[in-house]
Design a protein around this ligand. Structure first.
Ligand code: ADP
Ligand code: MG
Length: 648
């Protein structure tokens, strides 16, 4: 609880004590003249509600007349004037109790979100001039070496130079199982180092680190308002003046028209004002959205704004990328096949010593064919060395040796086709049929049930590498959950071969799939799906951000998977799923629906009760006591309801 809130509670409690004394005094001594009771009640009033009156006057001075402070001030001051001292103070007392509760609730949910987002590192231990020095994380330069002791948070992204440990990624991904890391592994900032001492070579400045990006994203999320939030802000702006005018009419018109009974009508008008306070809505709606965003991020789902909660809740068509989204994106090399071209001339290795080392260490009797296969894999690795594509990473891993990038003069990535590099005076190509066809290289089309990477050198076709991906364990559940949550259509788009696509689509029972698409084709396919879907339902695209950023941006809502590390994805997407589990998509939708349901409940409940009590008050059937209960009670219930959103 904040100090400010504690002080406020203390003050209200003292005021309440004075109020009780005043009421006792009045009950004991009965009908004494007004100047005997008034000072005590007035004292209680000033202690309890002095700040409300002060705020009201200050806001009037600023030209913002109609707010809840104003409503409370005229209602209570009015009650004093008509002689209802105890009620005047009681209304203020209940209002303050409600306010205290509100700020407690808001503070609490804010805290639970920031606690969960408490991934900001305080310092970094950097090696400078042979000594470890503690500095601010943003003072560390790329390439410097930092030390992370057990129990410390990793301050910057980098690669482990020394040591091994397991990392707690809970705060980032919501995943509870620790991740084992060792020398050469990439680590991301925000994780907690659990056991070993690690020395990490920093690969990104703090501003571009995972932590900084995530914090940025979370901090900006509440500025993107949902429609319901904007509605409430506008509503409150017009609502209060309207209520004040109604109250004034209620106080003046009936006595003038019907004659007499001024104080009764003034009393009704004052009750009317008390009830009309819109705080239940004004506080609980943003709080619900905030809770929804927080609840989602607890599970490793970062949603960039409340507006996306609304879109997610209405999603009916889900379009998914294959590689890295439904499949692991971890291709295993299952075959290396040489072209007949290679027969007599052979292939020249980029670095022959690497291959002969391999031949010696693995097998003395490596035959010519095997040596040529090793050379083909080496060429592929050199070709892929600058790309971030899952295929590249897999081929580099399969090659397993260092690529000497100083030998590469020029590297080109052609999205949806493959890669081309210049090594010495040769050009080496790695990619699909489209790539070779675009260079007019003739080749034999292979008939294999996996992804084929054709390798070319200048105008010559050298052979292909067959790589195979696995469907993610979680993918089946993901599709099942999506269907169960009312998604009508699940479509897979891929740049991969028809055969591979068909197999995945059938295994997962997708509604539909389209294969051999270039990144641009994916956009036009999504356009097509837009025209087919019902007006109201939204279309979501899920990808890994590699080669599909344009589609992520074009869809009603772009969801990026495995956000840890992939920069393009974090930029282009509206929702970032930090783990690589596609089942989190259905989860995100469920959280959104729950949040929206809570918002709707609160709007209907708060407005419903208010209208009812307003009518009763106008008819003289609700006392100011009922009024204040209606106001504070509704606010408290709405806030408690809003806090449910946090517990997804
Ligand atoms: P996906 O829809 O599977 O994510 P992409 O659009 O990323 O597909 O790539 C489509 C196809 O283009 C791949 O299946 C592959 O044949 C080829 N390709 C793309 N990038 C590369 C690369 N870096 N190396 C080799 N082939 C690539
Ligand atoms: Mg892709």
């Amino acid at each position: 609880m904040s100090k400010k809130l504690k002080k406020r509670i203390k003050r209200v409690a003292i005021g309440a004590a004075v109020y009780i004394v005043a009421v006792l005094f009045q009950t004991l001594f009965g009908e004494l003249p007004w100047f005997c009771h008034l000072p005590l009640f007035l004292a209680a009033y000033v202690i309890i509600g002095g700040d409300v009156v002060k705020n009201a006057l200050r806001n009037i001075g600023r030209g913002q007349v109609f707010d809840e402070n104003f409503l409370m001030m005229i209602a209570t001051v009015g009650a004093f004037f008509v002689g209802d001292y105890p009620e005047a103070v009681a209304v203020m007392l209940f209002y303050q109790v409600g306010e205290c509760f509100q700020s407690y609730a808001v503070g609490k949910s804010r805290k639970s979100i920031t606690a969960l987002m408490d991934i900001r590192p305080d310092y970094a231990n950097v090696l400078r001039d042979g000594d470890w020095t503690e500095v601010e994380p943003d003072e560390v330069l790329v390439g410097e070496c930092i030390m992370v002791r057990p129990g410390e948070r990793i301050p910057l992204d980098g690669v482990i130079e020394k040591g091994s440990s397991s990392l707690d990624t809970m705060a980032l991904t919501g995943e509870s199982a620790p991740r084992d890391v060792a020398e050469g592994d990439e680590v991301i900032s925000g994780c907690v180092n659990k056991n070993g001492v690690l020395e990490v070579k920093v690969s990104k400045p703090y501003g571009e680190s995972t932590v900084a990006r995530i914090l940025d994203l979370v901090e900006n999320a509440s500025s993107k308002k949902a429609k319901a939030e904007n509605f409430i802000t506008k509503f409150a702006k017009y609502y209060t003046p309207v209520v004040v005018i109604c109250a004034a009419l209620l106080a003046v018109l009936p006595p003038v028209v019907l004659g007499g009974g001024w104080s009764d009508w003034i009393y009704r008008a004052l009750s009317f004002l008390v009830i009309s306070c819109p705080c239940a809505l004004v506080i609980s709606i943003p709080l619900s959205f905030f809770g929804g965003l927080g609840g989602a991020s607890k599970e490793g789902i970062l949603i960039k704004g409340s507006n996306y909660l609304e879109t997610l809740a209405d999603t009916e068509v889900v379009v998914m990328d294959k590689t890295g989204t439904l499949t692991k994106g971890n291709f295993a090399v299952s075959k290396v096949v040489l072209s007949e071209n290679v027969g007599n001339t052979g292939i020249v290795a980029v670095k022959p010593e690497d291959i002969s080392v391999a031949a010696k260490s693995d097998d003395e009797t490596m035959g010519r064919e095997e040596r040529m296969q090793a050379v083909l894999l080496q060429l592929a690795a050199y070709a892929e060395s600058y790309s971030n594509h899952p295929i590249s990473k897999s081929l580099l891993a399969a090659y397993g040796r260092e690529v000497d990038v100083s030998l590469i003069q020029d590297a080109q990535e052609i999205p949806g086709h493959g890669v081309a590099v210049k090594v010495g005076n040769r050009e080496i190509l790695a990619g699909n049929e489209k790539l070779l066809a675009s260079r007019d290289i003739s080749f034999e089309q292979a008939d294999e049930a996996g992804t084929l990477i054709y390798i070319g050198e200048d105008n010559r076709y050298l052979g292909y590498i067959l790589i195979e991906d696995e469907i993610k364990k979680d993918a089946e559940k993901a599709i099942r959950d999506l269907k169960a949550s009312g998604v009508k259509k699940i479509v897979m788009l891929t740049g991969d071969h028809e055969k591979v696509a068909a197999k995945v689509a059938e295994n997962l029972s997708l509604t539909d799939y389209y294969a051999e698409l270039l990144p641009g084709d994916k956009v036009s396919k999504v356009e097509e799906l837009f025209t087919e879907k019902p007006e109201k339902g939204k279309l979501a695209f899920v990808g890994d951000g590699i080669n599909d950023a344009p589609v992520l941006a074009r869809a009603d809502i772009g969801i990026a998977m495995g956000g840890l590390g992939s920069d393009a994805a974090i930029e282009a997407a509206d929702v970032v799923i930090m783990t690589d589990e596609p089942s989190k998509i259905a989860r995100a939708m469920k959280i959104s629906r729950k949040t929206l349901a809570i918002v709707k409940q609160n709007i209907v409940f708060a407005i419903g009760i208010k209208v009812l009590v307003l009518l009763l008050a106008a008819a003289g059937m609700a006392s100011m006591w009922a009024a204040v209960f209606a106001d504070v009670g509704v606010a408290v219930i709405a806030i408690l309801n809003a806090m449910r959103a946090l517990r997804a």
